[in-house]
Design a protein around this ligand. Structure first.
Ligand SMILES: [Zn+2]
Length: 50
């Protein structure tokens, strides 16, 4: 059985990281992306709701 973990591409360095290690869910439903390699950070990824 393979453990398939969803991977996220860092838009800056292009590295792939497991989604759980780069995405942090906030209590206010904001999601922060943080790349452990290059330090790229992006807030409020999920902004579909106004
Ligand atoms: Zn990166």
């Amino acid at each position: 059985m393979n453990m398939e973990e969803p991977l996220v591409h860092c838009p800056k360095c292009g590295e792939e990281h497991p989604i759980q290690s780069v995405l942090t869910a906030q209590s206010n439903q904001n999601v922060i992306f943080e790349c452990p390699k290059c330090g790229y950070e992006k807030r409020n990824i999920l902004t579909s709701k106004g």
